[in-house]
Write a protein that binds this ligand. Structure first.
Ligand code: SF4
Length: 201
């Protein structure tokens, strides 16, 4: 039997995603924000959806939440350039309030339509460790019944030789930091990501 066809390269996927019209989010957004990182990355981070700065720059995790992620990864001893980062939803969804573009959550149909790209990225990179940032990514990877706040920060076997760990999205930590208890959230986020230092074999 011939071997299964190799999935398309990340560059080819990114090019195709540029003109994706599988849902309506492309209409108001500036551009598709595809994942980035080494094609053979061992660690693969999944966020929720492209944000305002990502939409303008065309790259994932370049806004305040991305900076926080970079900071904590550096504390853990991981260079962002060594990991693959992406979002479940590749276009920015927002509502205009005056001149401000306020983040709006993608609906179930938009998420379902966009999963084709995340699936393709995972199939191509075939990471050993998948890190879910936020409940949306966690439920997609670990199942609808996954309870982020109870089950965060633990390695869970996904498939032969593949593991996943979920924690909150860094934007959740940023929001919490603007109120009381924010430092606790940051500590918990750090503690979860410290598990990346010593992943299962
Ligand atoms: S959000 Fe995803 S499915 Fe919708 S148009 Fe953009 S890339 Fe396509």
């Amino acid at each position: 039997m011939p071997p299964p066809p190799k999935p398309p390269s990340l560059a080819a996927l990114k090019k195709s995603a540029r003109t994706c019209r599988s849902c309506d989010l492309w209409r108001d957004a500036t551009q598709t924000v595809f994942g980035e990182g080494p094609p053979d990355a061992r660690m693969f981070f999944i966020g929720e959806q492209a944000g305002d700065k990502e939409d303008r720059e065309g790259r994932p995790f370049v806004g305040p939440a991305g900076h926080l992620l970079d900071e904590v990864l550096a504390e853990v001893g991981i260079d962002r350039r060594d990991v693959y980062v992406t979002n479940v939803v590749k276009h920015f969804k927002f509502e205009l309030r005056g001149k401000r573009r306020l983040h709006k959550r993608a609906d179930a149909a938009q998420v379902a339509a966009c999963l084709q790209w995340l699936d393709a990225e995972l199939a191509r990179v075939r990471p050993r460790y998948v890190v879910c940032l936020g409940s949306l990514a966690a439920k997609i990877v670990l199942g609808r019944g996954f309870k982020l706040m109870q089950e965060r920060g633990r390695w869970i076997a996904l498939d032969v030789g593949q593991w996943a760990l979920a924690t909150v999205h860094p934007s959740y930590v940023l929001r919490a930091r603007s109120g009381s208890g924010g430092e606790d959230e940051l500590r918990r986020f750090r503690r979860d990501l410290m598990k990346l230092r010593d992943p299962p074999e």
